[in-house]
Design a protein around this ligand. Structure first.
Ligand SMILES: Cc1cc2nc3c(=O)[nH]c(=O)nc-3n(C[C@H](O)[C@H](O)[C@H](O)COP(=O)(O)OP(=O)(O)OC[C@H]3O[C@@H](n4cnc5c(N)ncnc54)[C@H](O)[C@@H]3O)c2cc1C
Length: 570
Protein backbone atom coordinates (compact mmCIF):
# COMPACT_ATOMS: atom_id res chain seq x y z
CA UNK A 1 0.00 0.00 0.00
CA UNK A 2 1.47 3.32 -1.11
CA UNK A 3 0.97 6.18 1.27
CA UNK A 4 1.43 9.92 0.75
CA UNK A 5 0.85 13.17 2.51
CA UNK A 6 -0.94 14.64 -0.51
CA UNK A 7 -2.38 12.63 -3.39
CA UNK A 8 -3.32 14.41 -6.61
CA UNK A 9 -5.73 12.72 -9.01
CA UNK A 10 -5.05 14.08 -12.49
CA UNK A 11 -1.95 14.93 -14.49
CA UNK A 12 -3.39 17.88 -16.41
CA UNK A 13 -2.58 21.52 -15.80
CA UNK A 14 -4.50 21.78 -12.51
CA UNK A 15 -3.12 18.52 -11.10
CA UNK A 16 0.52 19.16 -11.97
CA UNK A 17 0.31 22.76 -10.74
CA UNK A 18 -1.21 21.48 -7.47
CA UNK A 19 1.55 18.88 -7.00
CA UNK A 20 4.28 21.48 -7.51
CA UNK A 21 2.59 23.94 -5.16
CA UNK A 22 2.25 21.28 -2.47
CA UNK A 23 5.98 20.42 -2.41
CA UNK A 24 6.96 24.08 -2.68
CA UNK A 25 4.72 24.87 0.30
CA UNK A 26 6.34 22.14 2.35
CA UNK A 27 9.42 20.41 0.89
CA UNK A 28 9.26 17.72 3.57
CA UNK A 29 5.98 16.21 2.37
CA UNK A 30 5.65 13.55 -0.29
CA UNK A 31 3.10 13.79 -3.07
CA UNK A 32 1.54 11.06 -5.19
CA UNK A 33 0.14 11.88 -8.62
CA UNK A 34 -2.26 9.42 -10.23
CA UNK A 35 -3.39 9.75 -13.84
CA UNK A 36 -5.40 7.38 -15.98
CA UNK A 37 -3.28 8.44 -18.96
CA UNK A 38 0.32 9.56 -19.23
CA UNK A 39 0.15 13.20 -17.99
CA UNK A 40 1.07 14.77 -21.34
CA UNK A 41 -2.03 13.16 -22.85
CA UNK A 42 -4.37 15.06 -20.52
CA UNK A 43 -6.96 17.22 -22.26
CA UNK A 44 -5.06 20.40 -21.37
CA UNK A 45 -2.61 19.49 -24.14
CA UNK A 46 -5.20 20.38 -26.75
CA UNK A 47 -5.96 23.91 -25.49
CA UNK A 48 -5.30 26.29 -28.32
CA UNK A 49 -6.16 29.93 -27.72
CA UNK A 50 -4.53 31.17 -24.54
CA UNK A 51 -4.61 32.08 -20.85
CA UNK A 52 -6.05 35.35 -19.51
CA UNK A 53 -4.07 37.62 -17.18
CA UNK A 54 -3.81 41.35 -16.56
CA UNK A 55 -0.27 42.22 -17.66
CA UNK A 56 -0.61 45.46 -19.62
CA UNK A 57 -0.74 49.03 -18.31
CA UNK A 58 -4.01 49.79 -20.10
CA UNK A 59 -5.69 46.83 -18.36
CA UNK A 60 -6.89 46.51 -14.75
CA UNK A 61 -7.93 43.85 -12.26
CA UNK A 62 -11.28 45.55 -12.03
CA UNK A 63 -12.01 45.18 -15.75
CA UNK A 64 -10.94 41.54 -15.81
CA UNK A 65 -13.17 40.92 -12.79
CA UNK A 66 -16.11 42.76 -14.33
CA UNK A 67 -15.74 40.97 -17.69
CA UNK A 68 -15.67 37.60 -15.90
CA UNK A 69 -18.69 38.41 -13.71
CA UNK A 70 -20.75 39.82 -16.57
CA UNK A 71 -19.68 36.85 -18.70
CA UNK A 72 -20.89 34.52 -15.92
CA UNK A 73 -24.33 36.18 -16.08
CA UNK A 74 -23.80 37.19 -12.44
CA UNK A 75 -23.60 33.62 -11.19
CA UNK A 76 -19.89 33.90 -10.28
CA UNK A 77 -18.91 34.41 -6.64
CA UNK A 78 -17.38 37.85 -6.84
CA UNK A 79 -14.82 37.44 -4.05
CA UNK A 80 -13.45 34.40 -5.89
CA UNK A 81 -13.23 36.32 -9.16
CA UNK A 82 -11.44 39.23 -7.46
CA UNK A 83 -8.85 36.89 -5.94
CA UNK A 84 -8.44 35.09 -9.27
CA UNK A 85 -7.66 38.17 -11.37
CA UNK A 86 -4.91 39.21 -8.93
CA UNK A 87 -3.27 35.77 -8.93
CA UNK A 88 -3.48 35.06 -12.68
CA UNK A 89 -0.63 37.44 -13.72
CA UNK A 90 1.62 36.01 -10.99
CA UNK A 91 0.98 32.52 -12.34
CA UNK A 92 1.56 33.51 -15.97
CA UNK A 93 4.91 35.04 -15.03
CA UNK A 94 5.75 31.98 -12.95
CA UNK A 95 5.13 29.91 -16.10
CA UNK A 96 7.45 32.23 -18.00
CA UNK A 97 10.17 31.56 -15.40
CA UNK A 98 9.63 27.84 -15.72
CA UNK A 99 10.23 28.13 -19.45
CA UNK A 100 6.81 28.46 -21.11
CA UNK A 101 7.47 29.80 -24.62
CA UNK A 102 4.84 32.57 -24.65
CA UNK A 103 4.45 34.39 -27.98
CA UNK A 104 6.03 37.83 -27.73
CA UNK A 105 5.58 41.37 -28.94
CA UNK A 106 8.45 42.95 -30.93
CA UNK A 107 9.71 44.57 -27.69
CA UNK A 108 10.06 41.13 -26.08
CA UNK A 109 7.12 41.39 -23.69
CA UNK A 110 4.58 38.55 -23.39
CA UNK A 111 2.06 39.13 -26.15
CA UNK A 112 -1.73 39.17 -25.71
CA UNK A 113 -4.67 38.73 -28.05
CA UNK A 114 -8.34 39.75 -27.75
CA UNK A 115 -10.82 37.06 -26.67
CA UNK A 116 -14.59 36.77 -26.39
CA UNK A 117 -16.22 38.85 -23.66
CA UNK A 118 -12.91 40.46 -22.63
CA UNK A 119 -12.83 44.24 -23.03
CA UNK A 120 -9.13 44.41 -23.75
CA UNK A 121 -6.24 42.31 -25.02
CA UNK A 122 -5.32 40.03 -22.11
CA UNK A 123 -5.12 36.50 -23.48
CA UNK A 124 -1.50 35.34 -23.36
CA UNK A 125 -0.73 32.63 -25.87
CA UNK A 126 1.89 30.37 -27.39
CA UNK A 127 0.80 30.56 -31.04
CA UNK A 128 -2.32 28.37 -31.20
CA UNK A 129 -0.93 25.49 -29.12
CA UNK A 130 -1.01 27.20 -25.75
CA UNK A 131 -2.17 24.17 -23.74
CA UNK A 132 0.53 21.97 -25.23
CA UNK A 133 3.25 24.40 -24.16
CA UNK A 134 1.78 25.09 -20.73
CA UNK A 135 1.35 21.40 -19.94
CA UNK A 136 4.90 20.70 -21.05
CA UNK A 137 6.12 23.46 -18.80
CA UNK A 138 4.45 22.17 -15.64
CA UNK A 139 5.20 18.54 -16.50
CA UNK A 140 8.92 19.22 -16.95
CA UNK A 141 8.96 21.35 -13.82
CA UNK A 142 7.31 18.58 -11.80
CA UNK A 143 10.15 16.22 -12.80
CA UNK A 144 12.69 18.16 -10.79
CA UNK A 145 10.93 17.39 -7.48
CA UNK A 146 11.86 13.98 -6.18
CA UNK A 147 9.04 14.29 -3.63
CA UNK A 148 6.50 13.86 -6.49
CA UNK A 149 5.84 10.17 -7.26
CA UNK A 150 3.78 9.39 -10.33
CA UNK A 151 1.36 6.54 -10.90
CA UNK A 152 0.76 6.82 -14.63
CA UNK A 153 -2.06 4.87 -16.26
CA UNK A 154 -3.72 4.11 -12.94
CA UNK A 155 -7.49 4.51 -12.99
CA UNK A 156 -9.16 5.69 -9.80
CA UNK A 157 -12.40 3.82 -9.16
CA UNK A 158 -13.31 5.07 -5.68
CA UNK A 159 -12.49 7.59 -3.00
CA UNK A 160 -11.74 6.05 0.37
CA UNK A 161 -13.78 7.71 3.10
CA UNK A 162 -13.23 6.86 6.74
CA UNK A 163 -15.10 8.68 9.51
CA UNK A 164 -16.27 11.33 7.01
CA UNK A 165 -12.65 12.02 6.02
CA UNK A 166 -11.09 11.28 2.63
CA UNK A 167 -8.06 9.08 3.25
CA UNK A 168 -7.07 8.06 -0.28
CA UNK A 169 -8.31 6.18 -3.32
CA UNK A 170 -8.60 2.77 -4.86
CA UNK A 171 -6.89 2.68 -8.26
CA UNK A 172 -6.72 0.05 -10.97
CA UNK A 173 -3.17 -0.32 -12.28
CA UNK A 174 -4.01 -0.73 -15.96
CA UNK A 175 -0.74 -2.51 -16.76
CA UNK A 176 -1.24 -5.33 -14.26
CA UNK A 177 -4.98 -5.21 -13.66
CA UNK A 178 -4.30 -5.04 -9.94
CA UNK A 179 -6.31 -2.89 -7.53
CA UNK A 180 -4.26 -0.81 -5.11
CA UNK A 181 -5.20 1.36 -2.19
CA UNK A 182 -3.23 4.58 -2.32
CA UNK A 183 -3.69 6.40 0.96
CA UNK A 184 -3.06 10.04 1.75
CA UNK A 185 -3.81 12.62 4.38
CA UNK A 186 -5.23 14.90 1.70
CA UNK A 187 -6.57 14.15 -1.78
CA UNK A 188 -6.90 16.70 -4.60
CA UNK A 189 -9.26 15.92 -7.47
CA UNK A 190 -8.04 17.46 -10.73
CA UNK A 191 -9.75 15.10 -13.16
CA UNK A 192 -10.97 17.57 -15.81
CA UNK A 193 -14.28 17.84 -17.66
CA UNK A 194 -17.10 15.59 -18.83
CA UNK A 195 -17.63 16.58 -22.47
CA UNK A 196 -17.98 13.00 -23.60
CA UNK A 197 -21.49 12.78 -22.17
CA UNK A 198 -22.37 14.61 -25.40
CA UNK A 199 -21.95 13.20 -28.90
CA UNK A 200 -20.72 16.43 -30.43
CA UNK A 201 -17.87 17.76 -28.28
CA UNK A 202 -14.38 19.21 -28.51
CA UNK A 203 -13.33 17.12 -25.54
CA UNK A 204 -10.93 14.19 -25.73
CA UNK A 205 -12.15 10.64 -25.11
CA UNK A 206 -10.88 10.71 -21.55
CA UNK A 207 -13.12 13.62 -20.45
CA UNK A 208 -15.77 11.49 -18.78
CA UNK A 209 -16.49 13.30 -15.51
CA UNK A 210 -14.84 10.65 -13.33
CA UNK A 211 -13.80 12.98 -10.50
CA UNK A 212 -17.21 14.63 -10.32
CA UNK A 213 -18.92 11.24 -10.07
CA UNK A 214 -16.37 9.96 -7.53
CA UNK A 215 -16.88 12.99 -5.29
CA UNK A 216 -20.67 12.87 -5.69
CA UNK A 217 -20.76 9.21 -4.70
CA UNK A 218 -18.58 10.00 -1.69
CA UNK A 219 -21.12 12.59 -0.50
CA UNK A 220 -19.74 15.86 -1.89
CA UNK A 221 -22.02 18.34 -3.66
CA UNK A 222 -21.89 19.10 -7.39
CA UNK A 223 -22.50 22.78 -8.06
CA UNK A 224 -24.19 24.48 -11.04
CA UNK A 225 -24.16 21.33 -13.17
CA UNK A 226 -26.79 22.77 -15.54
CA UNK A 227 -24.14 25.18 -16.82
CA UNK A 228 -22.60 23.42 -19.82
CA UNK A 229 -20.66 25.51 -22.32
CA UNK A 230 -21.15 25.23 -26.07
CA UNK A 231 -18.39 26.79 -28.13
CA UNK A 232 -19.60 28.44 -31.34
CA UNK A 233 -16.91 27.10 -33.63
CA UNK A 234 -16.42 23.35 -33.86
CA UNK A 235 -15.73 21.56 -37.13
CA UNK A 236 -18.90 19.73 -38.25
CA UNK A 237 -18.59 15.95 -37.87
CA UNK A 238 -15.38 15.69 -35.80
CA UNK A 239 -16.18 18.45 -33.28
CA UNK A 240 -12.54 19.53 -33.42
CA UNK A 241 -12.23 23.01 -31.98
CA UNK A 242 -11.45 26.03 -34.12
CA UNK A 243 -10.10 28.32 -31.42
CA UNK A 244 -11.76 31.57 -30.43
CA UNK A 245 -8.37 33.11 -31.22
CA UNK A 246 -9.44 32.93 -34.87
CA UNK A 247 -12.11 35.51 -34.07
CA UNK A 248 -9.72 37.26 -31.69
CA UNK A 249 -7.32 37.76 -34.58
CA UNK A 250 -10.16 39.23 -36.69
CA UNK A 251 -12.07 36.31 -38.26
CA UNK A 252 -15.71 36.89 -39.33
CA UNK A 253 -18.74 34.65 -38.81
CA UNK A 254 -21.14 34.74 -41.75
CA UNK A 255 -24.41 33.01 -42.59
CA UNK A 256 -25.41 31.60 -45.97
CA UNK A 257 -26.43 35.08 -47.19
CA UNK A 258 -22.91 36.31 -46.51
CA UNK A 259 -24.15 38.45 -43.56
CA UNK A 260 -22.15 38.97 -40.40
CA UNK A 261 -25.32 38.03 -38.53
CA UNK A 262 -23.92 38.82 -35.07
CA UNK A 263 -24.81 42.47 -35.71
CA UNK A 264 -28.36 41.46 -34.75
CA UNK A 265 -27.33 39.75 -31.51
CA UNK A 266 -24.15 41.30 -30.04
CA UNK A 267 -23.73 44.49 -32.10
CA UNK A 268 -21.06 46.06 -29.90
CA UNK A 269 -18.90 42.96 -29.67
CA UNK A 270 -19.67 41.09 -32.87
CA UNK A 271 -17.33 38.07 -33.17
CA UNK A 272 -15.89 38.87 -29.74
CA UNK A 273 -19.16 38.30 -27.92
CA UNK A 274 -19.33 35.60 -25.24
CA UNK A 275 -19.72 31.97 -26.24
CA UNK A 276 -23.21 31.33 -24.87
CA UNK A 277 -24.74 34.25 -26.77
CA UNK A 278 -22.94 33.49 -30.05
CA UNK A 279 -23.90 29.80 -29.89
CA UNK A 280 -27.56 30.77 -29.38
CA UNK A 281 -27.33 33.26 -32.25
CA UNK A 282 -26.04 30.54 -34.55
CA UNK A 283 -28.79 28.08 -33.60
CA UNK A 284 -31.40 30.83 -34.04
CA UNK A 285 -30.02 31.59 -37.52
CA UNK A 286 -30.07 27.88 -38.40
CA UNK A 287 -33.71 27.68 -37.34
CA UNK A 288 -34.53 30.71 -39.52
CA UNK A 289 -33.04 28.88 -42.50
CA UNK A 290 -29.96 31.06 -42.79
CA UNK A 291 -27.34 28.38 -42.20
CA UNK A 292 -25.46 26.33 -44.78
CA UNK A 293 -26.57 22.72 -45.15
CA UNK A 294 -23.92 20.03 -45.22
CA UNK A 295 -23.65 16.27 -44.87
CA UNK A 296 -23.16 16.73 -41.12
CA UNK A 297 -25.95 19.23 -40.52
CA UNK A 298 -26.14 22.99 -40.55
CA UNK A 299 -23.12 25.23 -40.28
CA UNK A 300 -21.81 28.78 -40.65
CA UNK A 301 -18.70 30.19 -42.22
CA UNK A 302 -15.75 31.42 -40.19
CA UNK A 303 -13.75 33.53 -42.56
CA UNK A 304 -10.10 34.55 -42.07
CA UNK A 305 -9.16 35.09 -45.71
CA UNK A 306 -8.82 38.84 -45.19
CA UNK A 307 -6.14 38.32 -42.52
CA UNK A 308 -3.63 37.13 -45.09
CA UNK A 309 -1.23 34.22 -45.17
CA UNK A 310 1.45 35.89 -43.06
CA UNK A 311 -0.79 36.52 -40.01
CA UNK A 312 -2.38 33.09 -40.35
CA UNK A 313 0.98 31.35 -40.43
CA UNK A 314 2.38 33.32 -37.54
CA UNK A 315 -0.63 33.38 -35.20
CA UNK A 316 -2.83 30.46 -36.31
CA UNK A 317 -0.60 27.85 -37.95
CA UNK A 318 -2.34 24.94 -36.24
CA UNK A 319 -5.74 26.11 -37.55
CA UNK A 320 -4.36 25.99 -41.10
CA UNK A 321 -3.16 22.45 -40.42
CA UNK A 322 -6.57 21.42 -38.99
CA UNK A 323 -8.33 22.87 -42.05
CA UNK A 324 -6.07 20.91 -44.36
CA UNK A 325 -6.16 17.64 -42.44
CA UNK A 326 -9.78 17.50 -41.33
CA UNK A 327 -11.79 19.48 -43.90
CA UNK A 328 -9.52 19.46 -46.94
CA UNK A 329 -9.43 23.26 -47.21
CA UNK A 330 -6.74 25.91 -46.99
CA UNK A 331 -8.05 28.59 -44.61
CA UNK A 332 -5.92 31.18 -46.42
CA UNK A 333 -8.24 30.75 -49.42
CA UNK A 334 -11.41 29.08 -48.04
CA UNK A 335 -13.88 29.88 -45.23
CA UNK A 336 -14.03 27.33 -42.39
CA UNK A 337 -17.34 25.46 -41.77
CA UNK A 338 -18.28 25.66 -38.06
CA UNK A 339 -21.16 24.94 -35.71
CA UNK A 340 -21.73 25.08 -31.92
CA UNK A 341 -20.15 22.21 -30.01
CA UNK A 342 -20.05 21.13 -26.36
CA UNK A 343 -16.77 22.42 -25.00
CA UNK A 344 -16.50 23.00 -21.26
CA UNK A 345 -18.21 22.28 -17.94
CA UNK A 346 -18.78 25.27 -15.71
CA UNK A 347 -20.31 23.02 -13.05
CA UNK A 348 -18.27 20.72 -10.88
CA UNK A 349 -17.32 19.56 -7.40
CA UNK A 350 -18.48 22.19 -4.94
CA UNK A 351 -15.26 23.70 -3.58
CA UNK A 352 -14.13 26.81 -1.75
CA UNK A 353 -11.53 29.33 -2.82
CA UNK A 354 -8.68 27.05 -1.69
CA UNK A 355 -10.24 24.00 -3.30
CA UNK A 356 -11.56 22.63 -0.01
CA UNK A 357 -14.73 20.54 -0.34
CA UNK A 358 -17.29 19.64 2.30
CA UNK A 359 -15.46 16.34 2.86
CA UNK A 360 -12.51 16.70 5.21
CA UNK A 361 -9.22 16.08 3.40
CA UNK A 362 -10.78 16.32 -0.08
CA UNK A 363 -9.91 19.19 -2.43
CA UNK A 364 -10.81 19.90 -6.06
CA UNK A 365 -9.31 22.15 -8.74
CA UNK A 366 -9.45 22.76 -12.48
CA UNK A 367 -12.36 21.88 -14.73
CA UNK A 368 -13.71 19.16 -12.40
CA UNK A 369 -14.20 21.74 -9.64
CA UNK A 370 -16.63 24.58 -9.21
CA UNK A 371 -14.97 27.21 -7.04
CA UNK A 372 -17.44 29.87 -8.14
CA UNK A 373 -15.32 31.51 -10.85
CA UNK A 374 -17.27 30.82 -14.03
CA UNK A 375 -20.91 30.98 -12.99
CA UNK A 376 -23.28 30.53 -15.92
CA UNK A 377 -20.70 31.01 -18.67
CA UNK A 378 -16.90 30.88 -18.64
CA UNK A 379 -15.00 33.42 -20.68
CA UNK A 380 -12.55 31.85 -23.12
CA UNK A 381 -8.96 31.77 -21.78
CA UNK A 382 -10.02 31.97 -18.11
CA UNK A 383 -9.84 28.20 -17.72
CA UNK A 384 -6.11 27.69 -18.20
CA UNK A 385 -5.49 30.53 -15.75
CA UNK A 386 -8.05 28.96 -13.39
CA UNK A 387 -6.14 25.67 -13.46
CA UNK A 388 -2.95 27.51 -12.47
CA UNK A 389 -4.45 29.75 -9.80
CA UNK A 390 -6.74 27.24 -8.11
CA UNK A 391 -4.44 24.26 -8.77
CA UNK A 392 -1.74 26.11 -6.83
CA UNK A 393 -4.17 27.20 -4.11
CA UNK A 394 -5.44 23.67 -3.54
CA UNK A 395 -1.87 22.28 -3.52
CA UNK A 396 -0.90 24.76 -0.80
CA UNK A 397 -4.07 24.18 1.24
CA UNK A 398 -3.76 20.39 1.00
CA UNK A 399 -0.08 20.54 2.02
CA UNK A 400 -0.92 22.66 5.03
CA UNK A 401 -3.73 20.37 6.11
CA UNK A 402 -1.58 17.26 5.57
CA UNK A 403 1.25 18.70 7.67
CA UNK A 404 -0.89 18.51 10.79
CA UNK A 405 -3.43 15.78 9.95
CA UNK A 406 -3.13 12.40 11.57
CA UNK A 407 -1.87 9.42 9.57
CA UNK A 408 -4.12 6.97 7.83
CA UNK A 409 -4.33 3.53 9.38
CA UNK A 410 -4.00 0.40 7.25
CA UNK A 411 -6.71 -1.60 8.90
CA UNK A 412 -10.00 -0.25 7.55
CA UNK A 413 -8.28 0.66 4.29
CA UNK A 414 -7.44 -2.96 3.55
CA UNK A 415 -11.07 -3.91 4.04
CA UNK A 416 -12.26 -1.03 1.86
CA UNK A 417 -9.83 -2.05 -0.89
CA UNK A 418 -11.13 -5.60 -0.81
CA UNK A 419 -14.75 -4.38 -0.97
CA UNK A 420 -14.03 -2.14 -3.94
CA UNK A 421 -12.15 -4.83 -5.87
CA UNK A 422 -15.12 -7.16 -5.28
CA UNK A 423 -17.58 -4.48 -6.37
CA UNK A 424 -15.75 -3.96 -9.69
CA UNK A 425 -15.57 -7.69 -10.28
CA UNK A 426 -19.29 -8.12 -9.65
CA UNK A 427 -20.53 -4.93 -11.28
CA UNK A 428 -18.48 -5.20 -14.45
CA UNK A 429 -16.05 -8.08 -14.97
CA UNK A 430 -18.46 -10.86 -14.09
CA UNK A 431 -21.14 -9.43 -16.39
CA UNK A 432 -20.66 -11.96 -19.12
CA UNK A 433 -24.25 -13.08 -19.57
CA UNK A 434 -25.91 -9.73 -20.31
CA UNK A 435 -27.33 -8.58 -23.63
CA UNK A 436 -26.34 -4.89 -23.68
CA UNK A 437 -23.21 -3.45 -25.27
CA UNK A 438 -21.60 -0.46 -23.57
CA UNK A 439 -20.94 1.17 -26.95
CA UNK A 440 -24.66 1.21 -27.75
CA UNK A 441 -25.64 2.65 -24.36
CA UNK A 442 -22.93 5.30 -24.62
CA UNK A 443 -24.01 6.39 -28.09
CA UNK A 444 -27.64 6.64 -27.06
CA UNK A 445 -26.74 8.65 -23.96
CA UNK A 446 -24.65 11.06 -26.05
CA UNK A 447 -27.34 11.46 -28.68
CA UNK A 448 -30.05 12.01 -26.05
CA UNK A 449 -27.92 14.57 -24.20
CA UNK A 450 -27.28 16.49 -27.45
CA UNK A 451 -31.02 16.56 -28.13
CA UNK A 452 -32.34 17.31 -24.63
CA UNK A 453 -29.64 19.29 -22.82
CA UNK A 454 -28.03 21.32 -25.60
CA UNK A 455 -27.84 25.04 -26.39
CA UNK A 456 -31.60 25.47 -25.79
CA UNK A 457 -33.64 23.45 -23.29
CA UNK A 458 -37.33 22.95 -22.42
CA UNK A 459 -39.18 21.28 -19.57
CA UNK A 460 -40.56 18.61 -21.92
CA UNK A 461 -37.15 17.91 -23.44
CA UNK A 462 -35.50 17.61 -20.03
CA UNK A 463 -38.25 15.37 -18.67
CA UNK A 464 -37.95 13.08 -21.67
CA UNK A 465 -34.19 13.03 -21.16
CA UNK A 466 -34.66 12.09 -17.48
CA UNK A 467 -36.67 9.04 -18.56
CA UNK A 468 -34.19 8.17 -21.30
CA UNK A 469 -31.27 8.28 -18.85
CA UNK A 470 -33.26 6.20 -16.36
CA UNK A 471 -33.80 3.60 -19.08
CA UNK A 472 -30.12 3.61 -20.00
CA UNK A 473 -29.11 3.20 -16.35
CA UNK A 474 -31.39 0.21 -16.11
CA UNK A 475 -29.94 -1.30 -19.30
CA UNK A 476 -26.44 -0.63 -17.94
CA UNK A 477 -27.27 -3.25 -15.28
CA UNK A 478 -27.48 -5.83 -18.07
CA UNK A 479 -24.22 -5.13 -19.88
CA UNK A 480 -22.05 -7.83 -21.29
CA UNK A 481 -18.28 -7.49 -20.93
CA UNK A 482 -16.38 -9.60 -23.41
CA UNK A 483 -12.80 -8.84 -22.44
CA UNK A 484 -11.74 -10.67 -19.31
CA UNK A 485 -8.04 -9.88 -19.59
CA UNK A 486 -6.21 -8.02 -16.86
CA UNK A 487 -3.72 -6.08 -18.93
CA UNK A 488 -4.97 -2.79 -20.35
CA UNK A 489 -8.56 -3.92 -20.31
CA UNK A 490 -9.95 -0.85 -22.06
CA UNK A 491 -13.42 -2.38 -22.15
CA UNK A 492 -13.40 -2.39 -18.36
CA UNK A 493 -12.20 1.22 -18.06
CA UNK A 494 -14.67 2.36 -20.73
CA UNK A 495 -17.44 0.65 -18.73
CA UNK A 496 -16.46 2.45 -15.56
CA UNK A 497 -16.30 5.73 -17.49
CA UNK A 498 -19.80 5.12 -18.85
CA UNK A 499 -21.00 4.45 -15.31
CA UNK A 500 -19.55 7.84 -14.24
CA UNK A 501 -21.04 9.58 -17.29
CA UNK A 502 -24.54 8.23 -16.65
CA UNK A 503 -24.24 9.53 -13.10
CA UNK A 504 -23.15 13.08 -13.99
CA UNK A 505 -25.65 13.29 -16.88
CA UNK A 506 -28.47 12.69 -14.45
CA UNK A 507 -27.19 15.53 -12.28
CA UNK A 508 -26.92 17.90 -15.27
CA UNK A 509 -30.48 17.16 -16.29
CA UNK A 510 -32.01 17.38 -12.80
CA UNK A 511 -30.22 20.69 -12.14
CA UNK A 512 -31.35 22.06 -15.53
CA UNK A 513 -34.94 20.97 -15.00
CA UNK A 514 -35.13 22.73 -11.65
CA UNK A 515 -33.74 26.08 -12.85
CA UNK A 516 -36.83 27.75 -14.33
CA UNK A 517 -35.01 30.69 -15.87
CA UNK A 518 -32.40 31.45 -18.54
CA UNK A 519 -28.95 32.45 -17.33
CA UNK A 520 -25.60 32.10 -19.04
CA UNK A 521 -25.35 28.84 -20.93
CA UNK A 522 -28.61 27.56 -19.46
CA UNK A 523 -31.23 28.78 -21.95
CA UNK A 524 -34.78 27.58 -21.29
CA UNK A 525 -37.17 28.29 -24.14
CA UNK A 526 -40.05 28.07 -21.67
CA UNK A 527 -38.38 30.55 -19.27
CA UNK A 528 -36.45 32.91 -21.56
CA UNK A 529 -35.73 35.60 -18.93
CA UNK A 530 -33.17 35.71 -16.14
CA UNK A 531 -34.89 35.73 -12.76
CA UNK A 532 -32.62 37.30 -10.15
CA UNK A 533 -35.29 37.30 -7.46
CA UNK A 534 -35.48 33.55 -7.47
CA UNK A 535 -32.29 32.22 -9.05
CA UNK A 536 -29.36 34.43 -8.13
CA UNK A 537 -28.29 31.20 -6.52
CA UNK A 538 -26.04 28.24 -7.04
CA UNK A 539 -27.57 24.82 -7.47
CA UNK A 540 -25.83 22.20 -5.33
CA UNK A 541 -26.73 18.57 -6.03
CA UNK A 542 -26.22 15.66 -3.63
CA UNK A 543 -26.56 11.94 -4.22
CA UNK A 544 -29.38 10.03 -2.55
CA UNK A 545 -27.47 6.77 -3.00
CA UNK A 546 -27.63 4.12 -5.71
CA UNK A 547 -31.24 3.22 -5.00
CA UNK A 548 -32.52 6.63 -6.07
CA UNK A 549 -30.95 8.31 -9.11
CA UNK A 550 -32.64 11.69 -8.52
CA UNK A 551 -30.23 14.08 -6.84
CA UNK A 552 -31.28 16.15 -3.85
CA UNK A 553 -30.93 19.83 -4.80
CA UNK A 554 -30.02 22.69 -2.50
CA UNK A 555 -29.60 26.36 -3.35
CA UNK A 556 -26.98 28.77 -2.08
CA UNK A 557 -26.77 32.55 -2.50
CA UNK A 558 -24.21 33.92 -4.95
CA UNK A 559 -21.64 36.12 -3.20
CA UNK A 560 -21.84 39.67 -4.56
CA UNK A 561 -19.18 42.23 -3.63
CA UNK A 562 -18.78 45.20 -5.98
CA UNK A 563 -20.73 44.39 -9.12
CA UNK A 564 -24.52 44.63 -8.93
CA UNK A 565 -26.36 42.40 -11.40
CA UNK A 566 -27.33 44.30 -14.56
CA UNK A 567 -28.93 43.25 -17.83
CA UNK A 568 -26.30 41.48 -19.87
CA UNK A 569 -26.07 43.44 -23.09
CA UNK A 570 -23.05 43.48 -25.39
C1 LIG B 1 -9.93 21.54 -27.45
C2 LIG B 1 -9.90 22.41 -26.23
C3 LIG B 1 -9.29 23.65 -26.29
C4 LIG B 1 -9.27 24.47 -25.16
N1 LIG B 1 -8.66 25.69 -25.25
C5 LIG B 1 -8.60 26.48 -24.15
C6 LIG B 1 -7.91 27.73 -24.19
O1 LIG B 1 -7.34 28.12 -25.18
N2 LIG B 1 -7.91 28.48 -23.06
C7 LIG B 1 -8.51 28.08 -21.90
O2 LIG B 1 -8.44 28.80 -20.90
N3 LIG B 1 -9.14 26.88 -21.84
C8 LIG B 1 -9.20 26.08 -22.93
N4 LIG B 1 -9.84 24.89 -22.86
C9 LIG B 1 -10.31 24.40 -21.55
C10 LIG B 1 -9.11 23.93 -20.73
O3 LIG B 1 -8.12 23.44 -21.59
C11 LIG B 1 -9.48 22.86 -19.74
O4 LIG B 1 -10.57 23.29 -18.95
C12 LIG B 1 -8.31 22.53 -18.81
O5 LIG B 1 -7.15 22.27 -19.55
C13 LIG B 1 -8.64 21.37 -17.90
O6 LIG B 1 -7.48 21.04 -17.19
P1 LIG B 1 -7.56 20.06 -15.96
O7 LIG B 1 -6.19 20.00 -15.37
O8 LIG B 1 -8.67 20.46 -15.07
O9 LIG B 1 -7.96 18.65 -16.58
P2 LIG B 1 -7.36 17.78 -17.79
O10 LIG B 1 -6.27 18.45 -18.50
O11 LIG B 1 -8.51 17.30 -18.56
O12 LIG B 1 -6.71 16.56 -17.01
C14 LIG B 1 -7.50 15.62 -16.31
C15 LIG B 1 -6.58 14.58 -15.69
O13 LIG B 1 -7.32 13.73 -14.83
C16 LIG B 1 -6.95 12.40 -15.03
N5 LIG B 1 -8.09 11.55 -14.67
C17 LIG B 1 -9.39 11.71 -15.02
N6 LIG B 1 -10.13 10.71 -14.51
C18 LIG B 1 -9.29 9.89 -13.83
C19 LIG B 1 -9.44 8.67 -13.11
N7 LIG B 1 -10.63 8.05 -12.99
N8 LIG B 1 -8.33 8.10 -12.55
C20 LIG B 1 -7.12 8.69 -12.69
N9 LIG B 1 -6.92 9.84 -13.37
C21 LIG B 1 -7.99 10.42 -13.93
C22 LIG B 1 -6.57 12.32 -16.49
O14 LIG B 1 -5.69 11.25 -16.72
C23 LIG B 1 -5.90 13.69 -16.70
O15 LIG B 1 -4.54 13.60 -16.37
C24 LIG B 1 -9.87 24.04 -23.96
C25 LIG B 1 -10.47 22.79 -23.90
C26 LIG B 1 -10.51 22.00 -25.03
C27 LIG B 1 -11.22 20.68 -24.93
Amino acid sequence: MESYDVLVIGGGLAGLRAAIAAVEANPRINVGLVSKVYPMRSHTVSAEGGAAAVLRPEDSYETHAFDTIKGSDYLADQDVVEAFVREAPIEVIQMEHWGCPWSRDPDGKISARPFGGMTTWRTCFAADKTGFHMLHTVFQTSLKYEQIHRHDEAFVTKLLIEDSRCVGVVALDQRTGRFDAITAKAVILATGGLGRVYAFTTNGNICTGDGMALAYRAGAGLRDMEMVQFHPTGLPFTGILITEAVRGEGGYLTNKNGDRFLKDYVPNKMELGPRDIISRAMVTEFEAGRGFEGPHGKYMHLDVRHLGEDVIDRKLPFMRELGREFVGIDIVHDPIPVRPVQHYMMGGVDAGISGKTEILGLYAAGECANVGLNGGNRLGSNSLSECLVFGAASGRAAAEYASSAKSVTANPVDAMLWDEARRVEAAYLEKTGGDEKIGTIREEMQRDMDAGAGVFRTKEGLEKLTDQLGGLRERFGRIKIEDSSRTFNTELTATMELDFMLEVSQVIVASALARDESRGAHARRDFPERNDDKYLKHTVAFSRGIEDPRPRLEYRDVRITNFKPQPRIY
